[in-house]
Design a protein around this ligand. Structure first.
Ligand code: FCB
Length: 465
């Protein structure tokens, strides 16, 4: 495709109000590498990825995109893409190698340098404190199933804010606590790889408690823009049959409402509490906790990828489900094309989701903190990556956001997942989500066609202001 055609594509794309921003997101363990450098301690993802059978092709984040050493080049790439903002996460074990106690200044210095480079390039940093890489030392003491981890998280938040609070304007506590708790402690598909419903329910509550405590710590330290990122998967019943409808209710409860409602209303949904109690996996709520969990936030981070269709089955599925008490429930992609992750392409459900969130949390600004898709992305003979599927996904989902905004959803900005190809957790390096292609043998970065479309969209938006 020629530059003119790319321009035309972006010009035909959705338009956004002034002030709306375009960014890209990453996470520490997925890109940094350099796992044994500058005093970094081990996290649960180091342990998990080095345990045989846990990740595809036994891949690990040991090297990843080598971003720890190449961050200047990566910031230059972001500037070339014309990004307004960059969402990244801090590795807890670079700052506190044992999870608590001793602070490692060399780890903080890396983030100081990264943030300074971003600011010099005119890119606004959005910092996430926890994108799944719990210090192994804390997991050894019970991990998120242990209440003390929530307190340690708030201490860590204060340490990071003390170092970076003067230059980072936007703070996020957790990324996707659903995955940290249910994929990590229930399905065992993510670190720490446990399959224990009771521990999973405890992890849910302690993550949310940690979010509330950290939000308070950040506020006391003077942070003015604090949020939390949740991942939402709309769940619709496969049929109007009562069993399917109830199965969809249960999954929607644990995937979406169990995390959102405590934060915005201070209460867990009653039906979810009943489901978990019946499964012998109660939420370990103590007096006063819910006030902490509901400490007001300034914005809600929304991660959206796809919607699912849910059916009740007569027999257990035999699959490791992340959902508690869901042995006889299956969720699947609706008919239609899927990405290489097997995820559906369902932009219309994104609009519906944003309108639902507008209704549940009126007045709370939203930021799309992740949205994107993985495709084969094989470079052509000329070395270029003509990722037309990603362009379609990107423009379709941006149009869905614009549509929701036109109907009253207060969305302030959009972060594409991801800036560049990276370590896609248990699925390893074969799943490519980047706007920028990474050749892992040479660490060469090549912007894909989608990067050019995104850059032109952002440029047009800037020029229209
Ligand atoms: C989200 C994660 C992110 C990435 C995308 C594809 O669940 O937050 O790190 O793996 O999925």
């Amino acid at each position: 495709m020629t530059t003119t055609q790319t321009r035309a594509l972006a010009d035909a794309g959705p338009t956004f109000p002034p002030g709306f921003f375009f960014g890209a997101a990453t996470a520490a363990y997925q890109i940094e590498g350099a796992v044994d450098v500058d005093g970094r301690g081990p996290s649960i993802w180091d342990t998990f990825s080095h345990t045989p059978g846990r990740t595809a092709r036994a891949e690990t984040g040991d090297v990843a995109c080598d971003h720890y050493r190449r961050y200047r080049e990566d910031v230059a790439l972001m500037a070339d893409l014309g990004l307004d903002a960059y969402r990244f996460s801090v590795a807890w074990t670079r700052v506190l190698p044992e999870g608590a106690g001793r602070v490692e200044q060399r780890g903080l210095d890396f983030y100081r340098r990264l943030v300074d480079s971003l600011l010099e390039a005119g890119i606004t940093p959005w910092l996430t404190l926890y994108h799944w890489d719990l210090p192994q030392a804390l997991e050894d003491r019970g991990g998120w199933a242990d209440r003390d981890t929530a307190l340690r998280f708030a201490d860590y938040a204060a340490v990071v804010h003390q170092a970076l609070g003067d230059r980072v304007p936007h703070w996020s506590t957790l990324n996707e606590p659903m995955c940290s708790s249910l994929l990590g402690y229930m399905a065992g598909q993510h670190a720490p790889g446990r399959r224990d419903p009771a521990a999973a329910a405890r992890a849910v509550h302690h993550l949310l408690l940690g979010h509330g405590l950290a939000t308070r710590a950040l506020r006391e330290a003077g942070a003015e823009s604090v949020g939390v990122t949740l991942n939402f998967t709309p769940m619709s019943p496969a049929s109007p049959a009562a069993a399917d409808v109830d199965a969809a209710r249960r999954l929607d409860g644990q995937q979406n409402r169990m995390f959102l409602l405590p934060v915005v209303t201070g209460e867990y949904p009653a039906d979810v509490v009943a489901d978990l109690d019946a499964a012998g996996a109660p939420l370990p709520v103590e007096d006063g906790d819910m006030d902490v969990v509901a400490t007001p936030v300034d914005w809600l981070g929304v991660n959206y990828y796809f919607r699912s269709v849910v059916s009740a089955l007569p027999e257990p599925t035999g699959k490791a489900s992340p959902f508690i008490g869901a042995e006889r429930i299956d969720d699947a992609a609706p008919p239609g094309p899927t990405t290489t992750m097997g995820w559906a392409v369902t932009p219309e459900a994104f609009t519906e989701l944003l309108l639902r969130l507008r209704d549940i949390a009126p007045g709370l600004p939203m930021v799309i903190t992740e949205n994107g898709s993985a495709w084969p992305d094989t470079p052509g003979v000329d070395g270029r990556v003509a990722d037309h599927e990603r362009v379609d996904y990107l423009l379709g989902h941006l149009a869905a956001v614009a549509d929701a905004m036109a109907r009253g959803a207060d969305v302030r900005g959009y972060f594409a997942w991801s800036l560049m190809d990276n370590f896609e957790w248990a699925r390893g390096y074969a799943q490519r989500f980047g706007l920028v292609h990474v050749d892992y043998d040479t660490q060469r970065r090549t912007p894909k066609h989608s990067a050019a479309v995104y850059r032109d969209l952002a440029r047009r938006h800037r020029e229209s202001r």
